[in-house]
Design a protein around this ligand. Structure first.
Ligand code: PEP
Ligand code: MN
Length: 263
């Protein structure tokens, strides 16, 4: 089902009255994690003002250490919904456990499956039984073939609303958090009809690399970008060092508008 051979036209995934794929660039922006009502609503309003079409924010966070901030969980979902109410931006958030599928179906517009769960096959099958758009992130050590087969797990259950996300892979290089695999975008687009977006924030791990990588992603044909934006990066509970401020996000959007049509 992911294979372009049997589906020559590019897929466009509908999300409410918006879409991902096709001839426009979809911009998803927001903090790594939802921290408070003031934080998520402030950021949501600012990214909307600059032209983002979707709001991201983690409520359930897959952290390396069990002692790190794990997200506001259900309370986070409620705050994210509030930010949607105040801005009209559709919301994207990560689902880590099948226990919350029903809740996410009701509450969110796009379900994110994170890098660490790309091959959680039971979770993939569960979201495959729904008709919700799924943002499937590439595992940090997954090949393109493995990413496509993970998408196949979702699609084989009946849900063809899958958006793929390149977010960098692990290499010997450790200056950056991951290495953005720019070749993956044209390769995936050759092999599959699914839209592919790029997350330069998790690829870089450094805020000042986000803009050049975002531009490079557009140049190689990405259908969209997911960018971490925080109003106080120095005090962010998660991923502050790779988060750009709303002001920088605004100037990045101006640049992007010069090189692409924005959704
Ligand atoms: C995220 O988008 O917040 C995230 C945890 O990303 P990844 O799964 O790509 O590490
Ligand atoms: Mn993050």
């Amino acid at each position: 089902k992911v294979n372009r051979l049997f589906h020559p036209d590019d897929s466009v995934i509908k999300v409410n009255d918006r879409s991902i794929g096709g001839d426009k660039l979809a911009i998803i922006a927001g903090p790594c994690s939802i921290e408070s009502e003031d934080q998520i609503v402030t950021i949501a309003k600012k990214v909307k003002e600059s032209g983002a079409s979707f709001l991201r924010g983690g409520a359930f966070k897959p952290r390396t250490s069990p002692y790190s901030f794990q997200g506001l969980r259900e309370e986070g979902l409620e705050l994210l919904k509030l930010a949607r109410e105040k801005t009209g931006l559709p919301i994207v958030t990560e689902l880590m456990s099948a226990d919350y599928v029903e809740r996410f179906l009701e509450d969110v517009d796009i379900i994110q499956i994170g890098a660490r769960n790309m091959q959680n096959f039971d979770l993939l099958k569960e979201v495959g039984k729904t008709n919700k758009p799924i943002l499937l992130k590439r595992g940090m050590s997954a090949t393109i073939e493995e990413l496509l087969m993970a998408a196949e797990y979702i699609m084989s259950e009946g849900n063809e609303n899958v958006i793929l996300c390149e977010r960098g892979v692990r290499t010997f290089e450790n200056y950056t958090r991951n290495t953005l695999d720019l070749s993956a975008i044209p390769v995936i687009k050759k092999l599959s009809h699914l839209p592919v977006i790029v997350d330069p924030s998790h690829a870089a791990g450094l805020w000042w690399l986000v803009e050049p990588l975002a531009k490079a992603a557009v140049a190689v044909g990405a259908d969209g970008l997911m960018i971490e934006v925080h109003n106080d990066p120095a005090n962010a509970k998660c991923d502050g060092q790779q988060s750009i401020t709303p002001e920088r996000f605004g100037s990045l959007m101006k640049t992007l508008k010069e090189i692409a049509k924005i959704e």
